[in-house]
Ligand binder design. Structure first.
Ligand code: 5AD
Ligand code: SF4
Length: 474
């Protein structure tokens, strides 16, 4: 979500006449788009800000701006600790980026504009132009904010209440992207599969949604047809049927809200990728309850089993937190057991960090000592890597359909792309002869925990003609 916001800020500044540079040293304007979800992002930010001060000292006309949820949370601290910052704005103020930078040109103090979370967030997401990072793949925000209250999480307080975008504008946006050459979309939301639950009366008359219910005929049981609002599965199906869209992904769903209808759409719509990112957070029922996650380990595994049974070749990835306050050795062992049973294709593992204002940040008497956390974290890493390697080894010999992203970052003689399961695939080829957006069949010859290596069988498709980069109201 944060990356997507960065792309949107960049597109607003480009629409205002700016052009991107490749280094901060060459830039007249640098925007640090921050994220406060975990503490180390916080720490890195102040490091970057310090480094930029010396760049600015040698380039006095340069402007530095800070955007995003850390800006929202720490606005006073930033202006105080780093008075060389020209402008600060929150997650709901990005549309005004160019204007705020202009105001800052004639201001002696840091220009600051923050609409606080819930007030701004209860409105539908702001209209922002969308620029795609690649003409072939695009993120599409379908919902912002979160109505859950996970004890560790700062998101609800900085992103506000859940707010879904209108069904018709999402479908229109995807159609416009497809018309200009996008073949892959990733639907984004803090809690993507609760899409539609907040839909208000005005959005219920949404034309595209009505059309779909009328068209859907036998797809729906009689009772379902009368349903007044679209749900995530409906949206997934509609996006997957947009002509020209060959891959649909989504992130992140909440396990408690994963419904059979979503799995059914994943199983039946060819364009929906066989990849489920399902954040576990912990394998201990006690910890899950303390986190307010709304599921048990057994329920989570049941859903996973059902998804795997329905969707051919489903890759499963997850998020796990180590060292949540009160986590005992037994709790952690339960996590290791669930991780082994779930046999993940990969997992993002995080060390718990207390975030200001969250419920669990106050449980200081239950904080787990750092050395215990570090040891658990390392044990979990080993189990996850073993599981990922096994999953990847099982693909050796198979042919993956790869959507090419470009030359490999580390080995320029290799081309990199992603398989339908979302795995990075590297293969030797001349990057000039297989451009980004091409499709290649690649036979897997080697597996590593974080990627696959293969050899090119054939190029099966070339990038679709790029008409123009559209500016679409999001
Ligand atoms: N400490 C550690 N990890 C966290 N996450 C969210 N909040 C915290 C926190 N306070 C992790 C969760 C979430 C992912 C995006 O970040 O695992 O799924
Ligand atoms: Fe945070 Fe929980 Fe909402 Fe995810 S579901 S954004 S972890 S509060």
């Amino acid at each position: 979500m944060n990356e997507h916001d960065s792309v949107r800020i960049a597109s607003i500044l480009e629409a205002d006449g700016m052009v991107p540079t490749s280094t901060a040293e060459d830039a007249d304007v640098v925007v640090l788009n921050t994220c406060c979800i975990r503490e180390n992002a916080d720490n890195k930010f102040y490091g970057h800000l310090g480094a930029l001060k010396s760049v600015k000292d040698s380039r006095p006309g340069m402007q530095i701006a800070v955007a995003g949820c850390l800006a929202q949370k720490d606005k006073e601290a930033i202006a105080e600790r780093a008075p060389w910052v020209d402008a600060v704005w929150g997650t709901h103020n990005s549309t005004r980026a160019a204007e705020l930078l202009r105001q800052a040109l004639s201001s002696d103090v840091t220009v600051c504009e923050i609409v606080d979370g819930p007030a701004g967030a209860s409105e539908p997401p702001p209209a922002l132009p969308v620029r795609r990072d690649s003409p072939h793949s695009a993120w599409v925000t379908i919902q912002v904010g979160c109505d859950n209250n996970c004890a560790f999480c700062i998101v609800p307080s900085v992103r506000g209440a859940e707010s879904s975008k209108a069904f018709s504008s999402i479908v229109q946006e995807v159609r416009a992207l497809a018309a200009s050459g996008t073949v892959e979309v990733t639907l984004l939301g803090q809690n993507v599969n609760s899409y539609g639950r907040d839909i208000t009366t005005s959005l219920r008359s949404d034309v595209a949604w009505r059309e779909r219910t009328d068209l859907a005929g036998p797809l729906w049981a009689a009772g379902e047809r009368a349903r007044a609002r679209p749900l995530f599965a409906d949206l997934l199906r509609a996006v997957a049927s947009v002509q020209g869209i060959r891959r649909v992904r989504y992130t992140s769903p909440h396990p408690k809200d994963l419904r059979a209808d979503t799995i059914e759409v994943m199983a039946s719509e060819k364009a929906v990728c066989p990849h489920l990112h399902l954040p576990l957070q912990s394998g201990s029922d006690d910890v899950l309850a303390a986190m307010h996650r709304g599921y048990t380990a057994a329920r989570y595994l049941e859903k996973l089993t059902a998804a795997r049974a329905a969707v051919d070749g489903l890759a499963v990835t997850t998020d796990i937190i180590v060292g949540f306050p009160g986590e005992t050795d037994r709790d952690f062992d339960a996590t290791l057991e669930v991780v082994a049973e779930a046999s993940y294709d990969s997992a993002y593992t995080f060390i718990y960090s207390p975030r200001p204002g969250t419920e669990s940040a106050a449980w200081t008497d239950r904080f787990v000592p750092a050395d215990v956390v570090a040891e658990r974290f390392e044990r979990l890493r080993v189990v996850v890597e073993r599981s990922a390697l096994l999953k990847h080894q099982a693909r050796v010999g198979m042919i993956e359909e790869v959507l090419v992203e470009g030359p490999s970052k580390r080995r320029p003689e290799m081309v990199t792309g992603r398989s339908a399961q979302g795995k990075l695939v590297h293969f030797p080829a001349d990057p000039a002869s297989i451009p980004p957006g091409a499709w290649a069949d690649v036979r897997v010859v080697r597996a590593a925990p974080h990627y696959l290596e293969g050899e090119l069988v054939e190029v099966t498709g070339w990038p679709r003609r790029k008409v123009s980069i559209p500016v679409v109201a999001a």
